[in-house]
Design a protein around this ligand. Structure first.
Ligand code: G3H
Ligand code: 13P
Ligand code: ZN
Length: 331
């Protein structure tokens, strides 16, 4: 058993309180490898922004949980070396069992998500309550979820959104004791969040997806004022990255994300955490495809992973400064 406090990590409590008061949101970026972790920390340090390093169960299988734990510990030291001891949280994304959450807590994670949203309401309450009871003994914060996002997460796929029912949130929060709540208001996982026929075209001919359900968010805010809300599935799917991928042999079709203005608006509300994974995948893939296609003689991985890392860092900085508004809030 290792405490996250010994690793220099922090839980999300103080981060979210400040984000709520300051009307910004904390970025939760997923990572699976060293270059992603380096880019997240470089961007957060340069922006003096708190950040959440997010690990899915797929990432845990891919990269090995022990290595990821030490990488997060290394990330804290790396930030100091770069000149700014920003607050860093190590968070389990979409934990689906008590055992997985417990294992992460025991390994030094400072925050976990228990995603019981695919269970019945009663089972979700019971599972989440059990995780909270364990986590809080060690001052680890817990994110729960009500409502189901459309799209794929790990092996679970939902065809349609089931929007969060505002009438359930008060009961869920009080029965479970969660520290934050992920809700479903129209975001979804992956790079294909909307079908073109669901969108309208603006004057420049650009597809504009249907807006997020801010009415549901406002209803939730009325029922649990000041309670930290989380948005999953919040990639914006930058079209310049999609174009580079397709230009250099990729086959991404109908890739549409959440417009950044919608996320900017959400960040000023009680939304304190915004999850972004797919945009990082797109930035990395675009950079690697470009090197592979334009410099076919290259075979040193640093020559394509390096540009991918630089591109990721720029993307993350843009998010922290222009979308989430957390730049400068680390101090
Ligand atoms: O919500 C899912 C995240 O994007 C993580 O994806 O399970 O493929 O690592 P993954
Ligand atoms: P995106 O697929 O929109 O990046 O969402 C990531 C996410 O919600 C991770 O939990
Ligand atoms: Zn998610």
């Amino acid at each position: 058993m290792v405490s996250y406090k010994e690793l220099g990590l922090v839980n999300t409590r103080e981060m979210f309180r400040k984000a709520m008061d300051g009307k910004y949101a904390i970025a939760a970026f997923n990572f699976n490898n060293m270059e992603q972790m380096q880019a997240i920390i470089q961007a957060a340090v340069e922006c003096q922004s708190p950040v959440i390093l997010q690990v899915s169960s797929g990432a845990r299988k891919y990269a090995n949980q022990t290595l990821l734990r030490y990488m997060a510990q290394g990330a804290v030291e790396y930030a100091k070396e770069l000149g700014c001891a920003i607050p860093v949280t190590l968070h389990l994304d979409h934990g689906d069992t008590f055992e997985l959450c417990k294992s992460c807590i025991d390994m030094g994670f400072s925050s976990v998500m228990i995603d019981g949203s695919h269970h019945s309401y009663e089972e979700n309450v019971e599972l989440t309550r059990r995780v909270v009871e364990y986590a809080h003994q060690f001052d680890v914060t817990v994110e729960g979820e009500l409502g189901v996002l459309a799209g794929v997460e790990d092996d679970v796929c939902a065809e349609h959104h089931t929007y969060t029912r505002p009438e359930e949130v008060e009961d869920f929060v009080s029965k479970t004791g969660v520290d934050s709540l992920a809700i479903s208001i129209g975001t979804s996982h992956g790079a294909n969040k909307f079908r073109p026929e669901q969108c309208t075209r603006n004057e420049e001919g650009i597809l504009v997806p249907p807006p997020l359900r801010f009415d549901i968010l406002e209803e939730i805010e009325k029922r649990i004022p000041g309670f930290p809300i989380v948005l999953h599935g919040s990639s914006s799917v930058p079209q310049d990255k999609v174009a580079i991928i397709n230009q250099y042999g990729g086959a991404l079709k109908d890739a549409i994300g959440i417009p950044e203005e919608q996320l900017r608006r959400a960040a000023t509300s009680s939304v304190c955490k915004i999850n972004i994974d797919s945009d990082g995948r797109l930035a990395m893939t675009a950079a690697i495809r470009e090197v592979m296609a334009t410099k076919p003689a290259e075979f040193d991985p640093r020559k394509y992973l390096g540009p991918a890392r630089d591109s990721l860092k720029e993307l993350y900085k843009h998010k922290l400064i222009n979308v989430l508004g957390s730049a400068g809030k680390a101090l």
